[in-house]
Design a binder for this molecule. Structure first.
Ligand code: 13P
Length: 340
């Protein structure tokens, strides 16, 4: 394991004022989002849409990295330059989603385990060759009923994620470990806190077991939130306080950095939460964004309407908003200048 290489990549990913764009939706998921806005679900359309995300001038001011899907890392821009190369020329690190998705966990109704370890060493070698500096693996944890998540689910997902992380580091690639506690359900924020805490405890236990270097690892966390159908949802301050508290209690101080998924929050909601956490400050790791929907939703809508210029403006606006939030410098006033 080349520890210096991994630490250098982590430092670049966590550069102050920057964050990650998650553009690693599988073709299936991307197609569903295309259908929702009336776009044709072709490979060429996916390439053209992602070309906007990867080539818009100015994104280098707020993005340190972009997570790509296998199809995208093999694609090129209109001039024939591979997308990974386009990003590197902007000083943005290309990353790659390597898991093969969450499948039903046998004998545990309603729970999932993420697959994708088979052949992963060989896939990492190829992705490293293509320029990937970091990777992502997402596990899905549900809390819709009182007895979830089961210890079996946490254990199976943590074990797989730790083995993935070890293989990534062996290949000189920084692993992002993403145990997403889903927003679905009507649970309280306390219930989310408890489930998130157990999830993180199981994950860091497995990472230690597998000898994963935490300084060369990034945690992609879900925020501690009330369920999306809860009747009395916690406010921004409470979410920020509870999330920071839960992370400080369960995440070792030497982890390279913490980035957040948006998980179905609204665009401004995700920005406000990140901002409020960074206003609290004093965390042992940087806290920044790694959003897909909370950045892309307005962009995709405008792109589908054929307004590419406005789509790019919306993209830069959300990027700048989240960049400010990653420094605790965003305010609602910033949204009054929203160009969409
Ligand atoms: P969302 O921000 O839309 O939750 O996506 C982030 C992600 O990478 C999920 O794996």
């Amino acid at each position: 394991m080349n520890e210096d290489q991994l630490k250098n990549t982590v430092n670049a990913m966590m550069a102050p004022g920057k964050g990650l764009l998650a553009a690693d939706e599988s073709s299936n998921t991307c197609n569903k989002r295309f259908e929702a806005v009336g776009l044709e679900t072709t490979e060429e359309n996916r390439r053209q849409y992602r070309q906007l995300l990867l080539t818009t001038d100015g994104i280098e001011g707020f993005l340190s990295g972009v997570i790509l899907y296998d199809e995208t890392i093999r694609q090129k821009d209109d001039s024939g330059t591979p997308f990974a190369e386009v990003l590197k020329q902007k000083g943005i690190i290309p990353g790659i989603k390597v898991d093969m998705g969450a499948k039903d966990l046998a004998l545990h109704q309603g729970e999932k385990v993420t697959e994708g370890l088979d052949g992963l060493r060989e896939r990492f070698a190829e992705y490293a060759e293509m320029g990937a500096g970091f990777a992502k693996w997402r596990a899905v944890i549900m809390i819709q009923s009182d007895d979830l998540p089961s210890e079996a689910c946490l254990h199976a997902n943590s074990h797989a994620m730790a083995r993935y992380a070890a293989l990534a580091q062996e290949a000189g690639i920084v692993p992002i470990v993403e145990p997403e506690v889903l927003l679905d359900g009507d649970h309280s924020i306390e219930r989310c806190y408890e489930a998130t805490g157990r999830t993180l405890k199981a994950l860091f236990h497995s990472l230690k077991d597998q000898g994963v270097m935490l300084e060369g690892t990034i945690l992609k966390a879900s925020m501690v939130l009330s369920g999306k159908d809860a009747s009395d949802r916690a406010d921004v301050q409470t979410v920020a306080q509870q999330t920071v508290k839960c992370l400080i209690e369960h995440v070792p101080h030497n982890v390279g950095g913490v980035v957040f998924l948006s998980g179905g929050q609204g665009e401004e909601e995700a920005t406000a939460h990140l901002d409020a956490m960074n206003k609290i400050g004093n965390t042992p790791w940087g806290l920044t964004f790694s959003y897909s929907r909370a950045i892309q939703n307005p962009v995709l809508k405008l792109w589908a309407e054929g307004d590419k210029e406005k789509a790019a403006m919306a993209y830069l606006h959300r990027g700048k908003a989240n960049s400010l939030a990653s420094r605790g410098q965003w305010s609602e006033d910033f949204e009054q200048n929203r160009p969409y």
